[in-house]
Design a protein around this ligand. Structure first.
Ligand code: NAP
Length: 313
C-alpha cells in the first residue's frame, strides 16, 4: 500500500543548518509530493541545486511559496518579518506558515503583521542544532528525539496545529505546545544564557595575558573545550537571538549574577560546605538530563577516545 505524502507542496525559505536538515528529512521520508526551496544567497541556491536539496530551487521567496501547502521560514530571527512581508501576498489560502526561530514572541508579532488572515500561522522551534551553518551542514536525523515546541497564537486552527505536529513527529521530534512568552523564558535559561556565558568565557580566556593562547588550546579538555563548541555557533543567528529575546535573557542574567555572587562569597569565606552543596545539586540536574535521554551517559559527552596503546620502548 502506498500512502499519499502528507503535503502536496512544501516550501522552505533559508537553506542553512535547519533548512537543509528539513530538506533532507522531507525528501528521505517523502513528506511532500514536491519540495521547493530558496535562499537569499545565490551561492546557497546554486549549492542546493548541486546537492539536490529540493525538487525545485526557486530564485526568490515569492515564487517559492506559490501554491505551497506548508511554508517554513528557516532564517535568522532578525529577518523573519522581512521574509513574511516578501511572501504574504503570494501565499495560497489555507496554507500553513511556520518558522524554526529560536525566539518566539518577537517572531510571532514580526511575521503575523505581514500574513493574510486566510493562512494558518503556527510558529515553531526545533530545539536541536549544532555549531555549524550552511547547506552542507544539515542532516536528516537532526531532529530525532529532540523537542520541537509549537507556539500557536490564540484561536489557531486545531487541524492545522495537528498537521504540523504530525510533520515534526514524522521527522522524529517530540512535540510540545507552549505560549510564545513562556517559550522565550524557558529557552533564555536553557539555551540563550549558556550561549552568552560560553561567548564570555571563550573571549575572556583569549584576552588573558599571563596564560598564553597556546596553553589555553593545549589544556582545553579541562572544561574550556565544551564552551568553545558552543561559542563557535553562528554569529548572525546569535546576535539576532540576544536582540530578539533581550528581556527574558536580561531577567535570567540577573538571577545568574546573584547566584555567581553567592558562590564567590562562599569561596572568599572558605565555605566548602556551601560549594559542596551547590555542586551536589547541579550534578543531580545532569543525571536527570541523562535519565530522560537528552544526553549520553558516557563520560566526556560520549566522545570517542582512541584506544590505549603501549608506546614502543
Ligand atoms: P544558517 O545556517 O545561518 O542559515 C540561514 C540561511 O537563511 C542562510 O543561508 C541565509 O542566507 C538565509 N537567509 C537570510 N536571510 C534570508 C532572507 N531574507 N530570505 C531567504 N533566506 C535568507 O542558520 P540556521 O542555523 O539554519 O538557523 C536558522 C533559524 O533556525 C534561526 O532562526 C535560528 O534561530 C533557528 N535555529 C537554529 C538552531 C541552530 O543550532 N543553528 C537550532 C534551532 C533553531 P545568507 O547566508 O545569505 O544570509
Amino acid at each position: 500500500v502506498t500512502s499519499q505524502p502528507p503535503f502536496k507542496r512544501i516550501a522552505l525559505i533559508g537553506l542553512g543548518l535547519i533548512g537543509s536538515s528539513l530538506a533532507r528529512g522531507i525528501q528521505q521520508l517523502g513528506l511532500a509530493e514536491v519540495l521547493v526551496a530558496t535562499d537569499a544567497s545565490a551561492e546557497v541556491r546554486a549549492r542546493a541545486v548541486e546537492i539536490k536539496l529540493a525538487d525545485v530551487v526557486a530564485d526568490d521567496n515569492a515564487s517559492a511559496v506559490a501554491d505551497a501547502d506548508l511554508v517554513i521560514a528557516c532564517v535568522p530571527v532578525g529577518v523573519s518579518g522581512v521574509v513574511a512581508e516578501s511572501i504574504g501576498p503570494h501565499l495560497k489560502p489555507g496554507a500553513i506558515v511556520s518558522d524554526v526561530g529560536s525566539v518566539k514572541a518577537s517572531v510571532l508579532s514580526a511575521m503575523a503583521a505581514h500574513l493574510p488572515d486566510n493562512v494558518h500561522f503556527i510558529p515553531a522551534h526545533p530545539v536541536a542544532g549544532t555549531e555549524n551553518s550552511g547547506p552542507d551542514s544539515g542532516f536528516a536525523e537532526l531532529f530525532i528525539n529532540r523537542w520541537c515546541i509549537l507556539t500557536p497564537p490564540d484561536g489557531a486552527d486545531a487541524a492545522a496545529v495537528e498537521q504540523l505536529t504530525a510533520f515534526w513527529a514524522a521527522l522524529g521530534a517530540n512535540v510540545e505546545i507552549m505560549n510564545a512568552g513562556h517559550h522565550d523564558l524557558v529557552l533564555a535559561v536553557t539555551s540563550h544564557l549558556p550561549h552568552l556565558i560560553a561567548y564570555t568565557i571563550v573571549g575572556t580566556a583569549d584576552e588573558l595575558e599571563d596564560v598564553t593562547r597556546s596553553e589555553v588550546l593545549k589544556f582545553s579538555a579541562g572544561g574550556f573545550r565544551d564552551f568553545t563548541r558552543i561559542a563557535a555557533s553562528d554569529p548572525t543567528m546569535w546576535r539576532d537571538v540576544f536582540l530578539a529575546n533581550r528581556d527574558a535573557v536580561l531577567e535570567m542574567l540577573g538571577a545568574f549574577q546573584e547566584d555567581l555572587s553567592k558562590l564567590t562569597r562562599a569561596m572568599r569565606r572558605g565555605d566548602g560546605e556551601a560549594l559542596f552543596e551547590h555542586f551536589t545539586r547541579t550534578r543531580a540536574i545532569r543525571r536527570g538530563i541523562v535519565s530522560i535521554g537528552q544526553d549520553e551517559a558516557a563520560a566526556d559527552f560520549g566522545r570517542k577516545h582512541a584506544a590505549l596503546t603501549k608506546k614502543a620502548e
